[in-house]
Design a protein around this ligand. Structure first.
Ligand SMILES: *Cc1c(COP(=O)(O)O)cnc(C)c1O
Length: 415
């Protein structure tokens, strides 16, 4: 048995445990929730661990493709075995150097956020004697779903504003070094429920069809985004979507007659849904202290380990599963990390009975937006250990290292 307590003893804390069986189940659930013809891009940003990405890539004939937005992520997905032609490069700040690197290493599909971005991709491709397939990312003026993390409809560094996009049609078609392959949408993250997700996809597909007419380009590829939800650092189940497959197929039939034959190819994207519930964060109690009327349980995982996405000062509603002696019915405590900032709080009002130094706690559903989305270097502690298991077997143990490449300037007047 490789239970959390045993793993914590063997490999120390703070540590993340990721179960590849759960990654595979999430991948299969998502693929089953989508029509067979729809491809899925895994957003490497959610967790670039090579073992997890390899698991997502090799899901039989319908293994995931990879979505990246940096050279670091490019390294990671190539290491995980993704070929250049399976990769989509996105992001609002793609530099000429990064683009050249990505093109040189085989990436041909880019999402572009503005006319300037598109021309930069074109210049990089031309210099290498290549042509890049570009998706026009759309910042849709309107959306459908009521909640979730909305990414669209407001001024943004992401995407072309949909209302003025048709005016640019002629310019977009003529950028040397590029071909407009289609559109990219990412209107929301972590949708509230399946109905919102379906409504948003319907809206996106209808918008894509209208833009195809307005732009006068026959799309080869339409990436309609994601929004697939998963609990984050709290107890709960990842939803399994039962209605989406038929609803999405119906909408696509209505707007893109050839989609089943790949004209255009349709893709979705996901990060959290695919990996969040594979992960558990293990942390040890270092100290318990009462201050005035408040109990502080100080643990060895702070915002340097988990919670970077939330930024300083935003407390996540983490729940904790205690092991062995620690019960959950005690005095609500503040769960504090080890960092020298009052902002290092993982949770407030966490009920823990008799916590004591050395007790191991676990935070569930932490496979997405963990170490690489945290303030890893703040206060100089080592990155958490990352333990990959498949069921009861340990597959790998690793830790991200951060080092300074330092060179004194021997010619300078002063340091
Ligand atoms: C972050 C991001 C994703 C992944 O989002 P999740 O909510 O983790 O599924 C997908 N696509 C784009 C463009 C993103 O920026």
């Amino acid at each position: 048995m490789t239970g959390p307590t045993e793993l914590a003893e063997r490999f120390g804390t703070p540590s993340y445990v990721y179960d590849l069986d759960r990654v595979a189940t999430a991948r299969d659930d998502l693929l089953a929730a989508l029509p067979d013809e729809v491809e899925v891009f895994y957003a490497a940003k959610a967790n670039p661990h090579p073992d997890l990405m390899r698991e997502l890539r090799t899901g039989g004939a319908r293994g995931c493709r990879a979505e990246i937005s940096s050279v670091g992520e490019l390294d990671a997905v190539l290491e995980a075995g993704f070929q250049g032609d399976r990769i989509l490069y996105t992001g609002p700040g793609k530099t000429t150097e990064e683009l050249s690197e990505a093109l040189t290493r085989g990436v041909r599909l880019f999402s572009t956020e503005s006319y300037g971005d598109l021309t930069r991709v074109g210049e990089a491709a031309l210099k290498l004697g290549l042509s890049a397939d570009c998706l026009i990312r759309v910042n849709n003026a309107t959306g459908a779903a009521a909640t979730g993390i909305r990414m669209t409809g407001v001024p943004s560094q992401f995407g072309f504003d949909s209302e003025t996009l048709p005016d640019l049609a002629a310019d977009l078609r003529d950028v040397p070094g590029t071909t407009i392959a289609g559109l990219h949408f990412f209107p929301l993250s972590n949708a509230k429920d399946e109905a919102s997700l379906i409504a948003e996809f319907r809206h996106t597909v209808a918008t894509a069809a209208a833009l195809q007419d307005a732009l006068g380009v026959t799309f080869r590829f339409v990436d309609i985004g994601g929004g697939f939800a998963a609990p984050y650092g709290v107890q709960g189940e990842r939803p399994v979507y039962g209605e989406l497959r038929a609803a999405l197929a119906g909408t696509l039939d209505e707007h893109f007659a050839g989609w089943r034959e790949g004209a255009p190819r349709i893709a979705c994207e996901s990060g959290r849904y695919l990996v969040a519930d594979s992960g558990t964060l293990l942390t040890s109690v270092v100290n318990v202290k009462d201050s005035r009327d408040q109990r502080y349980v100080v643990v060895d995982a702070g915002i340097n380990t988990f919670g970077g996405m939330s930024g300083l000062g935003r407390i996540m509603p983490v729940t904790v599963e205690p092991h062995e002696s620690v019960g959950v019915d005690g005095t609500p405590a503040s769960l504090a990390g080890p960092l020298c900032t009052p902002g290092d709080l993982l949770g407030r009002g966490v009920p823990l009975a008799d916590p004591a130094p050395g007790d191991v706690l676990s935070v569930p559903n932490t496979g997405a937006y963990g170490p690489t989305a945290s303030l890893l270097m703040f206060l100089g502690r080592p990155a958490p250990t990352e333990i990959v298991v498949r069921g009861d077997d340990v597959v790998s143990v690793s830790r991200i290292q951060h080092t300074r490449a330092y060179e004194p300037d021997t010619h300078g007047q002063a340091l």
